[in-house]
Write a protein that binds this ligand. Sequence first.
Ligand code: COA
Length: 643
Amino acid sequence: MIRRITVLGAGTMGHGIAQVAAMAGYEVIMRDIEEKFIESGYNRIKKSLEKLVKKGKITREEADLILKRIKKTTNLEEAVKQADFVIEAVPEVFEIKAEVFKAVDELAPPHAIIATNTSSLPISELAEATNRPDKFVGMHFFNPPQIMKLVEVVRGNKTSEQTVNTTLELAKSMKKEPVVVNKDVPGFIVNRVLVRWLNEACLIVERGESDILTVDSSLKYVAELPMGAFELSDFIGIDVMRDIIRAMVKRGFKLTPCKSWDKLVEEGKLGAKSSLGFYDWSSGRPNIPKELSTKFDPKQVLAMAVNEGAWLVREGVASTEDVDKAVILGLNFPKGVLSMGDEWGLDVVKSIIEGKRSRYGLPEYEVDPLIEELVSKGFLGVKSGKGFHDYGLREEDLNQVKYKATPPIAWIILNRPDKLNALDMELLNSLRKALDMALDDEIKVVVITGSGKAFSAGADVSMFKGLSPIDAYRLSRELNEFFDELERYPKPTIASINGFALGGGLELAMACDLRVASDRAQLGQPEITLGIITGAGGSKRLPKLVGLAKAKELLFTGDIISADEAEKIGLVNRVVPHEKLEEEVRSLALKIASMPSNSIRLYKSILNGEQEPLAFGLVFSTEDSKEGINAFLEKRRPKFSGK
Ligand code: COA
């Protein structure tokens, strides 16, 4: 159990960590090498607590108790001899830290865990300065520790599971949200992602693809990040950025540093703290005009951060959830980089990086194999129900029909391509089952389409061979009822007509609410050429869509018409290029899915002429309906008021 925590270093990070630990109720010893450093750190804690009292977040008594829990010393032995947990926050110089750890190892009790707050040095190598590498761990707080919720808990190659778990629990008890970094990679999670997009923004400007203000404006106003890349670099400090990048590149991070880092440091332009950096800060935060935001695509910058996130997951450094959590909490992004990639489409991320590769050939422009794999499996992100994250993709192979739920859309795919999705009883039963599955609350729009070159080439003609008139009558009744039901289906339906829609296939499409056709689609009611007539509602629905004269023409001739012709006469809502069919249907479906479903349902009822159900719904808004029903149930005479 941890009771006593020692913080080594009373600087910016050290004093903040000490305060957080004391606020969580631990006995804290804060140690630095000189009295004046300790006093300065201690005073900063006092001030910070004072502020919290003023804001009413804690009482004065609490503040006093917290301060009382913090002991100060310059003596290392005194500082660590009774410690359960030691957190080091001394300068980021390997030799200084290693020396401190060697001494701590000798002086601290054997059970004590030693943690380093380093952001750039290898944990496993620092651990070697001690004889307890299993009890050595990275515990990377973010600045200011009092406010930033994130802590990266970093496993060295000998850190034990128990040490990691204890550190996670400790972080949680300090009201932090820890993420686990399973491998001691340079930059852990947050700095790797940070450096990727800041350096990429800088390279883009360096190459003259855009300018500082435009890039920052798009990052702020389109990607909705709290700061643009250049604004943030200035804020962090150009020298700090340069040092982080240098340290990471030295340890093998694949990156081509932008030249501005060195150049600005040489010119003494260190960012906000020196009034000049990428921006002039002499009169405060830079003014980044919103109007420029649409002149640059922020994905060009952030795709590199998504790619880095993929690397972290594939290398087993962190889980998908932890990568996103770290980015949200550590960089104040509105969403994680992996979620971002999922939203844009991983195919889009891939093509952006490939574009950079073919234009500039830098080694970091390599699509991560995880993205390649997801794209090749069709897991493109939100739009396909699965990407880095799962969005409720549910796929089911019914007999001759595939059901694929990518909420809010359900895709029902007629899957009998060798027979051009001809409708036989098996297929129709599966279609029914799929429509039942799509009643799921998460589904707002249903799309019906076909696999292969047809939507559906109609009823399976082999069913008609030797059919008696009475069986033909029954079959047609059944089909009529099914498609009437589909027309009244409680959710909006779209037929995505990917090829032939003939006979019963066109009748199915006409029973849907909307029809979007590929420019390769061909449509018609060729029944007359078989010596028969339509049997699944075609003679009823066709004239409603195209008018009586056109309907008669199509029915009497059995002509098969092109998608363009079908659009002209109103048989389909729109025609789109074949390759774009899925994308266009998805965006139409998403638009409809975002509308209030009750309104759509009522529209469907009105347009389908369902007067009685609508009036029946309305009558339940009257007082008299309540009175009448209550009176009956209470066995009394109703008193109708006309209300
Ligand atoms: N019923 C049963 N089988 C059908 C079918 C239908 N409605 N439509 C297509 N098929 C089968 C074909 O018999 C063929 O099967 P096979 O490979 O075992 O011979 C397979 O689907 C592929 O069709 P095919 O005719 O070879 O393709 P195509 O590109 O040459 O021609 C069509 C496409 C649509 C013009 C042609 O298949 C056709 O006229 N189909 C019938 C359309 C029709 O009359 N529908 C109304 C029925 S009420």
